[in-house]
Ligand binder design. Structure first.
Ligand code: SP5
Ligand code: ZN
Length: 345
């Protein structure tokens, strides 16, 4: 399987995220991608290439133009507020929740940070736009590979993507790489696309992007949002709306769930994807389901990820893997590559 990796990922390097009233060091660090790349090379899973460039319109098929324009200039605006800002990342601190308007774009930079985000855990840095844009290119290249007949391809990138919506960032995510890949497959003529999200956290951004559509099915296995991030979406009764009614499947599981129950839920998701009649599959591949993950609560072991890959392969669909979360940095390479290795058997 060919891998397209993000050659510019390290330009996005957040310093601190807000947690329980304190700024703590970011969990989403550059070493994550580097470790996966090292293991990929060591295990010889196929060609590894930097992503080619794609036009911005592939991104704005999924994301609002005004949001993309904001991301492009946000760092320069942040530094223009105060030259000392060059030494610290930008974090939002005010949001337009219920009863506020979001149709009028404020002039104030801090207000726009809030308009286009939903948490204070996702620092925007000097290289966020360049790294995120390159990540979208990785996803687009992997999708094109599959569209041209490959059985699978892997987009290895950070920052991750599945929490980013059409016009907001959050959950360490800025551009929704999985959604961009899925949309590019649709635009290339693939009639029905499914996204299987197996990151520990619900893929709220991906769900929201496709919620009203009947051409892209979204299925997710994740920590129950009653207790787990992102808290405000990901419940079982969210089944899609309008043309998308019945095209969204959430399988929330309690904190502490082990591989046997988790695997049964993923099988259920794969059966639903098969019943939908998908012609291609995009997998949001997070490995924060690992027992040793520092911010998550499932109990998967490294060897279990081989079975995960085998189960996905058994669906028999052309498959684009898109890297998402996973914060046990030492094991992240083994766990992610095990999925790809299991798939190829
Ligand atoms: C892509 C992805 O996996 N995003 C996850 C975003 C989670 N953000 C909230 C993290 C809360 C950190 N909790 C720290 C617990 C330390 N003991
Ligand atoms: Zn996650």
């Amino acid at each position: 399987m060919k891998t397209f990796y993000n050659a510019h990922h390290a330009l996005h390097q957040g310093k601190m995220e807000m947690f329980r009233g304190e700024l703590v060091p970011c969990f989403e660090v550059p070493a994550r991608q580097d470790h996966v790349l090292d293991v990929l090379k060591a295990r010889g899973l196929g060609a590894i290439e930097a992503a080619p460039d794609f036009p911005e319109r592939a991104i704005t098929r999924v994301h609002a133009q005004r949001y993309v324009d904001f991301l492009k200039t946000a760092w320069d605006e942040w530094v223009a507020l105060d030259p000392a800002n060059a030494q610290r990342d930008a974090l939002p601190s005010v949001w337009p929740v219920r009863t506020f308007r979001s149709d009028v774009v404020p002039d104030n930079f801090a207000a726009r940070m809030g308009l286009y985000s939903y948490d204070a855990g996702s620092p925007l840095t000097s290289g966020t736009w360049v790294a995120s844009r390159e990540g979208a290119c990785c996803a687009l290249a992997a999708a094109r590979e599959v569209q041209h007949g490959a059985r699978s391809a892997f987009a290895l990138s950070r920052p991750p993507g599945h929490h980013a919506g059409a016009d907001f960032f959050g959950g360490y995510c800025f551009l929704n790489n999985a959604a961009i890949a899925a949309q590019s497959l649709r635009d290339a003529g693939v009639s029905r696309v499914a996204v299987l999200d197996i990151d520990y956290h619900h893929g709220n951004g991906t769900q929201a992007i496709f919620y009203g559509r009947g051409d892209v099915f979204f299925a997710s296995v994740h920590g129950d949002p009653r207790t787990e991030y992102p808290f405000f979406l990901g419940h079982a009764d969210e089944r899609g709306e309008g043309a998308g009614a019945g095209c969204n499947l959430n399988l929330p599981l309690p904190r502490g769930t082990g591989f046997a129950s988790w695997r049964e839920a993923m099988s259920q998701a794969l059966r639903a994807i098969s019943a939908f009649g998908a012609d291609a599959l995009v997998v949001s591949l997070g490995v924060d389901t690992f027992a040793g993950d520092p911010i998550s609560g499932f109990g998967l072991q490294s060897a279990d990820y081989l079975r995960v890959g085998e189960d996905i392969a058994a669906a028999g669909l052309p498959t684009v893997f898109v890297f998402e979360g996973g914060y046990a940095v030492e094991e992240i390479g083994t766990n992610a590559v095990n999925v790809l290795d299991g798939f190829r058997q």
